[in-house]
Design a protein around this ligand. Sequence first.
Ligand code: PMP
Length: 383
Amino acid sequence: MSVYLDYNASAPIDQRVLDEMILAYQNKSGNADSRTHSFGENARSAVEKARKQVASLLGVSSNEVFFTSGATESNNIALQGLKEYAEKTGKKHIITTSIEHKAVLETAKYMELNGYQVDFVDPNESGRVSVESVLDKVREDTLLVSVMHVNNETGVIQPVLELGEELQKRSILFHIDATQSCGKLVDEIRNLKYDMLSFSAHKLMGPQGVGALILKRKSYKRPPVKGIMYGGQQEQGIRPGTIPVALVVGCGKACEIAEQEYKDNEMHSLQIKQAILSVLEESGLKYQVNGKQDVCISSTLNIAIEGVSSEALMISSKQYCGVSNGSACTSSNYSPSYVLVAMGLDVSRIESSLRLSWGAKSDLNEIVDNLKKMLNVAKMMKN
Ligand code: PMP
């Protein structure tokens, strides 16, 4: 059996989450926005419990949590939802990075085509953008800075803590895509200063198709974001449409479990990373790690095996390891990872790069055994 090493694309659902969701599908059949009967009240109370679970994990108030279909939608609302405010204030300059997920990059590019000016800040070879390179771009008319917390391809943690402090002093709106850090860097997220934050439940072992946008209040006021779809008043108009109660319940439960278990998960993930690095060392293959490891999360490793095409290796060792060489959202047709390109890595290194990512359910021995088999295939490919 192949071992799953693509948690950054999507993590398997936790059985405890699934159990709660099944109960919700069976027993919470109402619409959470129906006011006239107990079925609606039942559904509403399940949604509000989930909202509290999300708020507790992130260290925010329940009234700052808005459920969406996931990080792609949250990111779209965070950026596009500012249009009305931008028109009113004349602020039409956005700063983001060249290594954001497509859900931010493509939204920013769309806004660029529609009268906004966007600066895409590059990282250095470590995979990190510097605070200075972002702040250098700030202008009088800067509307928003959007920087991801953890990069999905390299696992590198971006300096959002420092950026948040600096941007708050300058009263500039700050959005963080925390999809890869939510439920993992729990203490750090609680200390961040931001206006908007996005995540998807499936990256923390919740269900696919649900996530949240956090809209932090300052002096009781929400950031000036408006919903980008027209419809009902669900989620205060930020995200119209019937709330998917069971998905939201699953999202809440995943957050509750992450809050209870993130410290153990972190230790487990670190042990796996060390074991993977030992297997690589012992293999005798020449490899390089992409992304600076002292600012990298414990559950991701991006490596380049010298002289081995990652595409060829992934296909010929599928029976051992399920890995990837980039974001699933861009992998339908092969093109070199834009993240590694932005880091300035050379083409041959990029073409031999693989992303391994794992999590709380991963079995260390199974990973070690299967990785050894994959690396044997890599050795054969070199000969
Ligand atoms: N942002 C980041 C950093 C991600 O890794 C992902 C998922 N790959 C997304 C946003 C989009 O999440 P979803 O596909 O669940 O909307």
